[in-house]
Design a protein around this ligand. Structure first.
Ligand code: SF4
Ligand code: SF4
Length: 333
């Protein structure tokens, strides 16, 4: 077998990614949940609003990728309607990010070619996963994941790596291969929502990340999975680019806030808002103003939110440049 090679996936011109939070409520209460009701409310979009906003963000000149998010998106009674609307509009890819509960009989009301199902699991067993995500979650999530695979769905899995589960990441590739998962997203814990507020020591050092993640990613690719993980640290020869300047990403919340950068979501600095189903640009201090700042550490928001994670040499030069959190690397089998 050839050694799989990681490849940085650059931002693609002509691509538009729409991250649509159709509600913020959830049946779970994960210890690192990134949803922030103070900023994004507790509401959900109506069926009519869902249709209007799906049309608003679809650009027929672009490749449009849609991700339905929550809270838990399958709790929304009109999710299936939204998937069908997006398909009719011509979205190139549709993904549902679910905690695995698949409410409202979602699995029996959509077809495998309607959407990719992306499940979240943070451990290879109930002992590791359930203290983070909730009692009984491992069993329900893996049960529904296997049902989805058996029905022919294209299934991905997201594992959010933190201090509390990094030691078990290496057990994931075999488990996922055995369940028929095609795509494995290894996500880094972000300092948003509960993980930012709770004072939990969840963040990884560069050494911890680099000592574990590349090896596990290669092992998963070796078992036939397409592996995607954030780039996090740029090599000397790699150029820093802020997605806010060179890519089109919209993170939409039910209260009408629209961000370009997920790291800004805990603050009222969203570049856009939706009013009367029209996209309006905000005035004053907005995230867009941060995107043009150039600093030797790379991402400005990372430096603002987690300065303690940056290390410097004796001359004050950063030891690592931090990439845009939206820059990914992939390993294909
Ligand atoms: S499943 Fe997602 S939205 Fe729900 S509590 Fe967990 S992290 Fe938050
Ligand atoms: S994560 Fe950093 S680099 Fe990426 S869009 Fe946000 S501010 Fe820009």
């Amino acid at each position: 077998m050839n050694n799989p090679i990681p490849r940085t996936v650059g931002f693609k011109p002509g691509e538009r990614n729409i991250f649509f939070h159709i509600l913020t409520s959830c049946n779970l209460s994960c210890s690192h949940c990134y949803i922030n009701p103070e900023q994004h409310g507790k509401g959900s979009v109506s069926k009519e609003t869902m249709d209007a906003w799906l049309a608003l963000f679809f650009d027929k000149a672009k490749e449009n990728n849609l991700i339905f998010l929550g809270g838990e998106p399958t709790l929304h009674k009109d999710l299936v309607h939204g998937i069908h609307t997006a398909k009719k509009l011509g979205y190139n890819s549709i993904t549902v990010d679910t905690n695995g509960y698949l409410f409202h009989d979602t699995l029996n009301r959509i077809e495998p070619n309607d959407a990719v199902l992306s499940f979240s699991l943070d451990g290879p067993s109930p002992e590791i996963n359930d203290p983070l995500r909730g009692e009984g979650v491992f069993e329900t999530c893996t049960g529904n994941l296997k049902r989805a695979v058996n029905k022919g769905f294209d299934v991905s899995l997201i594992y959010t790596v933190s201090r509390r589960n990094i030691d078990h990441l290496q057990e994931m590739p075999k488990l996922l291969a055995d369940m028929g998962v095609k795509r494995f997203f290894i996500q880094v814990i972000g300092l948003r929502g509960k993980s930012a507020q709770s004072g939990q020591d969840l963040q990884l050092t560069p050494e911890e990340w680099l000592a574990t993640v590349p090896e596990v990613a290669a092992a998963a690719a070796g078992l036939g999975m397409h592996v995607i993980c954030p780039k996090v640290f740029l090599e000397e020869n790699e150029k820093f680019e802020c997605a806010g300047n060179v890519a089109e990403n919209f993170f939409i919340f039910p209260n009408g806030r629209v961000y370009q950068c997920p790291l800004c979501e805990d603050l009222a600095v969203n570049t856009f808002r939706i009013e009367d189903n029209r996209l309006m640009k905000n005035q004053g201090l907005i995230e867009e103003q941060l995107f043009s700042l150039t600093i030797p550490e790379g991402c400005v928001m990372n430096k603002l939110l987690q300065p303690d994670n940056l290390l410097y040499d004796a001359a004050g030069k950063p030891l690592h440049r931090i990439s845009c959190c939206l820059l990914k690397q992939e390993i294909r089998p």
